[in-house]
Design a protein around this ligand. Structure first.
Ligand SMILES: [Zn+2]
Length: 292
């Protein structure tokens, strides 16, 4: 079985240095939190969008040094909203702390794992002076995931929908691979998106090329997973993972098994596999559909 190769890199602009604000243009400052890890790359990116009035996107985990640095970036400016792309712990927990400190609402899609003051839906708008951000509901990595588009400049703040240098993790049942691909294709096909500002890593240019490569990578992996299922199934995600992710080391076993599960559920959605159980059962046994 041929494993998918690495993604091409379209990264531009300054590197992500925790604690060092990077002005990406006159109305966008990126500040990377000091939470680098295998899952978060160089750390979670917070973005401050606007000039005299600003929206803060993804303040990250509660880390005093990062909150102090964020306050330094927004000093003298009014924060109109603290927006979260999704509820995961490397993006959202500091939102409440920052929002309370600056007297702004926490805004996001809303999720069992995240209390928001204002629930955003597809097309909701956030205002910071003359700057506008439009929420796009992009489920897949997480069911509550939003991207934020700045229509006047073409920035798309992608949270964990797209990150630099690696594929994102899809963990069922909240994560959904088919929804993820649909959400990606929407960005690829939009002429409004000029560049991607991810939640982890540097700015990515050529959004259509970036996303075409991600979709192709996922499709290649889907083929590998289906081949593994045909050869070694029926089986659970954990049983099939060694064959479907033979190129991924044991240090990433949990992630590989979760993503294998996501692919198996996608095969069920596409009709090339069946499952013994309900969608949220990690022990479900999958079987290749005869003739698929
Ligand atoms: Zn996430």
């Amino acid at each position: 079985m041929t494993q998918p190769g690495p993604l091409p890199d379209h990264a531009v602009g300054p590197a992500c240095e925790p604690g060092v604000p990077a002005a990406l243009d006159a109305a966008v400052v990126r500040l990377t939190a000091p939470n680098a890890s295998m899952m978060t790359g160089p750390g979670t990116n917070s973005y401050v969008v606007g000039t005299d009035e600003v929206v803060v996107i993804d303040p990250g985990p509660v880390i005093d040094a990062h909150l102090d640095a964020l306050r330094g970036v927004i000093a003298g400016r009014r924060v109109t909203a603290v927006a979260v792309t999704h509820h995961h712990r490397d993006h959202a927990p500091a939102a409440r702390v920052l929002a309370d400190a600056v007297g702004a609402p926490v805004v996001g899609h809303g999720h069992d794992g995240l209390v928001v003051d204002v629930a955003l839906a597809e097309g909701s708008e956030l205002f910071a002076g003359t700057d506008v951000l439009v929420a796009w509901h992009t489920p897949g990595h997480a069911s509550d995931h939003l991207c934020f588009l700045a229509p006047s400049s073409g920035w798309l703040f992608t949270g964990d929908h797209v990150m630099q240098g690696s594929t994102v993790v899809i963990r069922p049942p909240d994560g959904d691979l088919l929804a993820y691909l649909t959400s990606l294709e929407r960005i690829r096909d939009s002429h409004a998106v000029q560049r991607l500002a991810p939640g982890h890593g540097r700015v990515l240019e050529s959004p259509a090329a970036v996303i075409t490569a991600i979709v192709a990578h996922r499709q290649a992996r889907g083929t590998v997973v289906l081949d593994a299922l045909r050869e070694h199934g029926p089986g659970t995600a954990a049983q099939l993972r060694p064959f479907a992710y033979a190129d991924v080391g044991s240090d990433r076993d949990v992630v590989a098994t979760a993503t294998c599960w996501a692919h198996l559920l996608a095969l069920v959605g596409e009709g090339t596999a069946t499952t013994s159980s309900v969608r949220d059962d990690p022990e479900a046994v999958f079987t290749a559909t005869p003739g698929s």
